[in-house]
Write a protein that binds this ligand. Structure first.
Ligand SMILES: Cc1cc2nc3c(=O)[nH]c(=O)nc-3n(C[C@H](O)[C@H](O)[C@H](O)COP(=O)(O)O)c2cc1C
Length: 159
């Protein structure tokens, strides 16, 4: 079983959005190879309709270029990107997305895919904004078991 196959099996019913692309950073890439059902719900589209698109389809007027530049830099360096982007749904509504994107490497170390775990977050009320992590909270919390797994994987956390 390849890492991608394993990921698909685990991601299928996960409540957090999962999107896998190829490793092409420049246009027309990255090309979406897989999304789970939760990702379809997050972006308000049928999962099957997203295969072959670039994740740029979620961008809009208020998506910040500086954030995309640091995303691109992380991909180019083959390291994780953890950050917050303004994404848009099919119906044009805007949402704040927490993105945890990682390269998937073959046994010989080549980056073969990128996988991103995405969820909607909202601004916390009445808390000091020490870091972006403290400023946002997930709009919905998964079940306890999933929360534990995400913690084990250090998903959505700074390292
Ligand atoms: C797996 C994956 C998920 C991504 N998810 C998003 C996303 O939710 N929103 C977004 O604006 N960009 C997302 N991107 C980033 C864009 O596809 C693109 O790489 C980014 O805009 C930088 O490229 P550019 O400098 O050509 O714009 C994602 C990229 C990858 C590889």
């Amino acid at each position: 079983m390849t890492a991608l196959e394993l990921l698909r099996a685990v991601a299928h019913n996960a409540p957090v959005g999962v999107v896998v692309t190829d490793a092409t950073i420049d246009l027309p890439g990255p090309t979406i190879l897989y999304v789970n059902a939760a990702f379809g719900r997050l972006v308000g589209r049928d999962p099957g309709s997203l295969i072959g698109l670039s994740p740029r389809f979620m961008q809009g007027k208020e998506t910040r270029r500086a954030q995309l530049d640091s995303f691109r830099r992380a991909m180019t360096a083959g390291v994780r990107f953890h950050g917050y982007l303004t994404n848009y749904r099919a119906d044009g509504t805007r949402y704040r997305a927490e993105i945890d994107c990682r390269p998937l490497r073959s046994a010989d170390g080549r980056v073969e895919n990128f996988v991103s775990f995405e969820r909607e977050v909202v601004r916390r009320v009445g808390r000091p904004a020490m870091s972006a992590d403290g400023r946002y909270e997930p709009i919905s919390v998964g079940d306890d078991m999933l929360a534990g797994v995400l913690q084990e994987l250090a998903l959505f956390r700074h390292i």
